[in-house]
Ligand binder design. Structure first.
Ligand code: PCA
Length: 213
C-alpha cells in the first residue's frame, strides 16, 4: 500500500496576501514522491483551530509521515526546525485569536520534542541540489511551533514515524514589499521541499524491523 505524507501549509497572515508554505504545499498535493503520496492540508493561523485541524487530519488520514511548512519572513534559507517547545507567546497569541497567553500549548505535556525527520540527510540532499538550507534551533513561540509541537505530541506513540517542520523565507513577490528582506522563488522552495519529502519517503520504504519469532 502506498505511504501517505501529510504536508501542511498556512493561510496568509500579518497582512500578507500569500503564504509560501501553502503555495508550496498546494503545488505538491497528490504528488507521488519516492513511493509516497502527498496530501496537502491548509491550516488556520489560530491556536485552537490549528490543533483541531491537525489532530483531525492525523486521525482521518493516519499519515505515515508529517511535514509542516510555515512562513518565516527574514530567513535566508529553508530552515529545518530541530525542536518544538511547549510554550506560546502571549502577545502574538492574542492577535491570533487564542486565550492561552504565555502558557503551555498542552498542559502537563513534555517541555519539548525533537524533530523526527532525518535532518542531516535532508541538508545533504538539498546542498547537492544547491538549494539554500539551514538547521534551526527555534521554530519560535507562535503558531508554527504549536503546529509542530502538536504533530509530534499527537504521534508520540509512533516514534518511528517521521514528523518535522520546515520554515520558508518570503517569496520573491512578498520581498518586493519588504525592503532588503531575503527571498526565494516558490519554484525553488517547492523543489527543496520535494527533495526533503523524497528523503523522508525513502526512510519509509525501508523494510521495518520485525520481531522474529
Ligand atoms: N508562520 C507563522 C504562523 C503561520 C506561518 O506561516 C509562524 O512561524 O508561527
Amino acid at each position: 500500500m502506498a505511504r501517505t505524507i501529510l504536508l501542511t501549509g498556512f493561510e496568509p497572515f500579518g497582512g500578507e496576501r500569500v503564504n509560501p508554505s501553502w503555495q508550496v504545499a498546494a503545488r505538491l498535493d497528490r504528488k507521488e514522491i519516492s513511493g509516497a503520496q502527498v496530501r496537502a492540508l491548509s491550516l488556520p493561523v489560530n491556536l485552537r483551530r490549528v490543533a483541531r485541524a491537525l489532530t483531525g487530519a492525523i486521525e482521518t488520514l493516519t499519515p505515515d509521515a508529517i511535514l509542516g511548512l510555515g512562513q518565516a519572513g527574514g530567513r535566508t534559507a529553508l530552515s529545518l526546525e530541530q525542536v518544538a517547545i511547549n510554550l506560546v507567546d502571549e502577545r502574538r497569541t492574542r492577535e491570533a485569536g487564542g486565550a492561552v497567553g504565555g502558557k503551555p500549548i498542552i498542559a502537563g505535556a513534555p517541555d519539548a520534542y525533537f524533530t523526527r525527520i532525518p535532518v542531516a540527510a535532508i541538508v545533504r540532499a538539498l546542498k547537492r541540489r544547491e538549494i539554500p538550507v539551514e538547521r534551526s534551533l527555534s521554530a519560535g513561540i507562535f503558531i508554527c511551533n504549536a503546529a509542530m509541537y502538536t504533530a509530534l505530541h499527537t504521534t508520540r506513540g509512533r516514534p518511528d514515524a517521521p514528523v518535522g517542520f520546515i520554515h520558508l523565507p518570503y517569496t520573491a513577490g512578498q520581498a518586493a514589499n519588504h525592503r532588503a528582506a531575503p527571498s526565494m522563488t516558490v519554484e525553488l522552495m517547492a523543489a527543496g521541499v520535494e527533495t526533503a519529502i523524497g528523503v523522508i519517503a525513502r526512510t519509509l520504504a525501508r523494510p521495518r524491523r520485525t520481531n522474529a519469532t
